[in-house]
Design a protein around this ligand. Structure first.
Ligand code: KG4
Length: 337
């Protein structure tokens, strides 16, 4: 089954063609990140307008790259939640029109379920159940992936997402937007114990996460140094920060995996590209004897193929949408359509 997959939840417009959920035939992406850099964060209206400008030609490019015709498309999958509402609406309306015009099924896909499915592309042998750490610019979740379309949240952030926190700190340190990658590179060779940053414990919810206290502590630290007129020890600050974020994420993910006994741990989302988090997960999984699934960097961020992969499993489960499909800014990952 060949699925045309559409993703437009933030500042990346992506269209891919995926066969039977696992084989990527093409994956075309256009990003408006450069335009947002000027403002230090995504400007929703700009993102939506860029999606409108490029989405149709990206679909043509995806077909051409795959060497396919429109009549080869068996279904259309689209991110319908969560994300910037105007941005998601562009993809949903485009997908609805294509599905209607071709007379094929429309498959709504939850964006974070799509991130999880990036693992199915990277690891053809992987099947649920497993525990998945989902960390991106908009989400920080520890998910029990019981089945391809059966998921439960084990832990969630109470405030900011991990990526949001990386972006904010990078911006204050003058490292640009999006800041996760530059902050990660800046941390290389830094002393991760140079600054004493808080580690959070939430009573009665040991797997829940929180980043706002860490963000404030980092901001205070940076302001203090600036007030003293001292040059920022960028590498040490970045390394201490990465260690604090990793300490928040990795032990909780491992605890969740231990409790469920699956022996399989995955990590997805843009922040899964972070070298410190990857290293700590590798070490922790090795110690526990768990198999770790970490998609390559290019599959960590937003792209269309992940929506095509998850779309296939949603289709098999009968989770289809109609012409009345709506977009949602927020949506629980455990809900069907
Ligand atoms: O998954 P993604 O591409 O988009 C969302 O769905 O949000 O994630 C983007 C986030 C941004 O916050 C970006 O700064 C962060 O992923 N990111 C990183 C790294 N690379 C990207 N964060 C930490 N370390 C990285 N190496």
């Amino acid at each position: 089954m060949i699925i045309l997959a559409v993703e437009s939840s933030c500042d990346e417009t992506a269209v891919a063609l995926v066969r039977d959920g696992r084989e990527v035939l093409s994956d075309c992406i256009a990003s408006s990140a450069e335009m947002h850099e000027l403002y230090g964060g995504v400007v929703p209206e700009i993102a939506s307008r860029k999606h409108i400008e490029v989405i149709a030609s990206l679909a043509d490019a995806a077909l051409e790259q795959a060497g396919l015709e429109r009549r080869d498309i068996d279904a259309v999958a689209v991110t319908y939640a969560p994300g910037l509402i105007g941005a998601v609406l562009v993809g949903v309306n485009f997908a609805k029109s294509v599905a209607y015009a071709l007379g094929v099924p429309l498959i709504p896909v939850h964006h974070v379920r799509g991130h999880i499915a990036a693992n199915y592309i990277a690891y053809p042998e992987l099947e649920p159940p497993f525990v998945c750490l989902c960390v991106s610019g908009g989400t920080s979740l520890i998910v029990d992936v019981r089945g391809y379309t059966d998921m439960a949240i084990l832990g969630a952030t109470r405030d900011d997402a991990a990526g949001e926190c990386f972006d904010k700190i990078a911006r204050v340190m003058g490292l640009g937007y999006p800041g996760g990658g530059p902050l990660d590179r800046a941390a290389q060779g830094g002393n991760d114990r140079a600054f004493d940053l808080p580690r959070v414990h939430i009573q009665d919810a040991p797997l829940d996460l929180s980043f706002s206290g860490l963000k404030t502590a980092m901001l205070n630290q940076i302001h203090k140094l600036e007030q003293k007129g001292e040059a920022l020890p960028v590498a040490d600050l970045a390394a201490s920060f990465a260690a604090a974020v990793s300490d928040e994420l990795v032990p909780r993910t491992i605890e969740a995996a231990k409790a469920l006994g699956y022996g399989k741990v995955a990590v997805v989302g843009g922040v899964a590209a972070n070298s410190r988090i990857r290293r700590d997960l590798e070490d922790a999984c090795k110690r526990q004897g768990f198999t770790l699934y970490m998609p390559p960097l290019k599959l960590c961020g937003d792209h269309g193929a992940m929506i095509g992969s998850q779309g296939y499993y949603e289709y098999l489960a009968g989770n289809l949408g109609g012409t009345d499909l709506n977009a949602f800014a927020n949506r629980d990952i455990s809900l069907g359509v």
